[in-house]
Design a binder for this molecule. Sequence first.
Ligand code: TMP
Length: 228
Amino acid sequence: MHDWTSILSGRFIVFDGPDGSGKSTQLRRFAEHCTADGIDPELVREPGGTPIGEAIRGVLLDPRYAEMELRCEMLLYMASRSQLMTERIRPAIDAGRFVLADRFISSTLAYQGTAGGLDPEEILAVGRVATGGCEPDLVVIFDVDEETAAGRLPADLDRMELKGAEFHRRVRQGYLAQATRDPDRHLVIDATRSEDEVFEALVAGVAGRLGREIGESRMDSGGHTAAR
Ligand code: TMP
């Protein structure tokens, strides 16, 4: 048994991974798990999560805009993020709530950075503008090979899903590289397994990681890095 209220209150956790990793299904299950334990998570998704962000999402994922320039793409993801930060993430963290996000800057680093070719330092610099320096306590990466992921995609692919196998192979490498660079802030879950097995590993992983961290850092820092 874990004391989820004390583990998750005021925390900011991101679920991320390649298209077809199953992260959104796991996010729904994790949110239900929280609700059953009396925690009311603030659930957000990127791009989107606000009326403005959802409009930006429509542009970003529309296959008619195949010619979108890479910096334009990165800035649109960041614009959606900035609105989400101000409208939903920051107020929820300030209120001591648990914020659970479907994607964050880790996606931009993997897709527009490692796979697209943008300098990660440029992405991080724009990211600091978009978020005011707020970073998640934990990024859970649902890792899946390209073949398994491709088999889970819908028939009508969006603009990003249409970028092809080689692009998505680099996306995966981008996520794994982030976890290798900063292992304390990342939890990599093997998402090729069954939905139940992945969920079990997720719950154990989050509890193990944040449970330990609370004891070590809560008293002095309050957890997440929230420069304002
Ligand atoms: P979703 O389908 O998981 O909601 O994600 C939308 C797509 O946008 C997905 O292909 C990943 C991509 N994406 C980026 O390329 N950069 C980003 O910063 C974000 C948040 C998503």
